[in-house]
Design a protein around this ligand. Structure first.
Ligand code: PGA
Length: 261
């Protein structure tokens, strides 16, 4: 039986929000989070709004994350941002290997592995994203792809380090498309991921692992998804840009959590 884990609700704002918009959005989330203490919240704004977000979450249970990091801590790497910089900006988390980074910016399992190591060096908790494309799913390669992404990204990661990471299963065909995985599809895949983790890190560590689902999560589907046993939370894109929908997703997850977990 997996341990009881609070719903983990992360909002990935991608390339959206000015500083003023970020301040307003985080402010609303902070206010709502007080009444939703059963959930853990993470906001992941663009780099330019991290300072505003850090000020606004101060003293609240809402945590801050970066959207990416480079694997060196400093140096002549124009345009990059490092783990120490994110930690200094107030981040506790950082996304690694988002499918948009994999597809559009050449991210590979090898660079995911290097970024995970860099994040951990800076005491950041990486939220490591994996997921198959539609073509991969339709050609029956989902398990191979996820197995390869996990084996490559987590290569050499010891158990103590593994316990610091969060995994996010995000089928690429569900991201930003409005086409969510059905609860059964998501559960089948998340259970597969947990079994892989169990092979590598043992039953206890794998059952403690937080495995998020991401891809067109909305208030309307959050409850049914969260009822599934192996879904520990959500990585939300589009619906995290409106405080009301982000908060409602958390409220739906809490409702399912109280009923079945
Ligand atoms: P979406 O994005 O919720 O807009 O589908 C999810 C993500 O990319 O993390």
């Amino acid at each position: 039986m997996a341990p009881r884990k609070k719903p983990f609700i992360a909002g990935n704002w991608k390339m959206h929000t000015t500083r003023a918009e970020a301040r307003a959005l985080v402010g609303e989330i902070v206010r709502a989070s007080r009444a939703l203490a059963e959930a853990e919240f993470v906001v992941i704004p663009p780099y330019t709004a991290l300072a505003e977000a850090a000020e606004t979450i101060a003293g609240s249970p809402v945590a801050l994350g970066g959207q990416n990091l480079f694997w060196e801590d400093k140096g002549a790497y124009t345009g990059e941002i490092s783990g120490p910089m994110l930690a200094d900006a107030g981040c506790d988390f950082v996304l690694v290997g988002h499918s948009e980074r994999r597809q559009d910016f050449g991210e590979t399992d090898e660079t995911v592995k290097k970024r995970i190591a860099a994040a951990l060096r800076s005491r950041l908790r990486p939220i490591v994203c994996i997921g198959e494309t539609l073509a991969e799913r339709e050609s029956g390669r989902t398990w191979d792809i996820l197995g390869t992404q996990m084996a490559g990204g987590l290569d050499g990661l010891d158990e103590a380090s593994f316990r610091r990471i969060v995994l996010a299963y995000e089928p690429v065909w569900a991201i930003g498309t409005g086409r969510t995985a059905t609860p059964a599809q998501a559960e089948e895949t998340q259970a597969f991921i947990r079994r892989q983790l169990e092979d590598k890190y043992g039953k206890e560590a794998s059952s403690c692992a937080i495995i998020l689902y991401g891809g067109s999560v909305k208030p309307a589907n959050a409850y049914a998804l969260f009822r599934e046993r192996n879904i520990d939370g959500f990585l939300v894109g589009g619906a995290s840009l409106e405080a009301a929908s982000f908060i409602e997703i958390a409220a739906e997850a809490i409702k399912a959590f109280k009923e079945v977990k």
